[in-house]
Design a protein around this ligand. Structure first.
Ligand code: G1P
Length: 293
């Protein structure tokens, strides 16, 4: 029998403003933008749960209560659907609630991703945990977070998800460099948050999934503001790397950047094409559109 993982909690920072999607995000969190009929944040939670995560910790902010409502019961709606015998709809409404246990903490000020993770310190406590960013969706046979958890359980050091990005895009990401280990591994030696173009040899970008030991909290508490005047998770990870080591894993699977408008549209098409009841109509419609433009 395989040993149960110690990684039971995932921190999901959802406090960001989502300015790239205004005006859609004026009164609605960007994490609630749907991929077909499922909000992107639910796909993230589903990935975590498929990887064995039991508790989700949202780091939220003002204007984000729709996320908490989405993962809560909706007694009136449920009663109505039940009375009408709409069992499929009822199951869809209940699913988010039943996936995991939920907690949320507020990030009162936008002080950066490192600060957002630090806000979850008391809820996570003294145990390893995952961090998953809502802008990066993954469709993979083994959930992206699950791939990292397996490496964490094997190595006992922090693990970050990496993907090689095309040359010229390095400045959009945290970039890792180090010593290759097998086909997909990297013993991380250096990390830099959003390097200026042409300043890094590596094109291995951090793609929004991390499994970290609780020591990261103490490190983040001492990490000074970095790029953009914000407390950067990447800077905290660089310290963790020098003290305890850090491992990078090129995760297997397709990644969609739903924090970007074009990426969001592409992801929508992908998820529609994976749905048997929609696939043929969507494919025909897209082909027609592409012929005309
Ligand atoms: C954050 C991280 C960055 C990472 C990226 C992945 O940046 O700071 O290191 O590469 O997520 O999506 P953001 O995209 O929030 O600016």
């Amino acid at each position: 029998m395989t040993k149960a993982s110690k990684v039971r909690k995932a921190v999901l920072p959802v406090a960001g403003l989502g300015t790239r999607f205004l005006p859609a995000t004026k009164a609605m969190p960007k994490e609630m933008l749907p991929l077909v009929d499922v909000p992107s944040i639910q796909l993230i939670v589903e990935e975590c749960v498929a990887a064995g995560i039991e508790e989700i910790v949202f780091v939220t902010a003002r204007g984000k209560s729709a996320i908490e409502d989405h993962f809560d019961r909706a007694p009136e709606l449920e009663a109505l659907l039940e009375r009408r015998g709409k069992t499929d709809d009822l199951a869809r409404v209940r699913r988010p609630t039943e996936l995991a246990r939920y907690a949320s903490v507020r990030q009162a000020e936008a002080r950066g991703l490192g600060h957002a993770v630090l806000c979850a310190r008391d809820v996570v406590g003294d145990e390893p945990f995952a961090v998953v960013l809502g802008d990066d969706l993954m469709d993979a046979p083994v959930p992206g977070v699950g791939q990292l958890i397996a490496e964490y359980d094997r190595l006992g050091t922090g693990v970050i998800a990496l993907k090689e990005v095309p040359s010229g895009q390095e400045h959009l990401y945290g970039i890792a460099d180090g010593e290759r280990d097998g086909a997909r591994g990297l013993k991380v030696k250096r990390l830099v948050e959003k390097p200026a173009p042409g300043t890094t040899a590596s094109r291995l970008a951090i793609i929004g999934r991390y499994v970290l030991p609780p020591e990261i909290f103490g490190i983040l508490a001492e990490t000074p503001p970095g790029r953009g005047g914000e407390i950067q998770l990447t800077d905290g990870l660089a310290t963790l790397c020098s003290r305890r080591g850090l491992y990078g894993l090129e995760v297997e699977g397709e990644r969609f950047d739903v924090g970007d408008r074009a990426g969001y549209v592409i992801a929508m098409a992908h998820y529609a094409l994976t749905r048997p009841e929609l696939r043929d109509d969507v494919r025909a419609g897209l082909e027609k559109l592409l012929q005309r433009r």
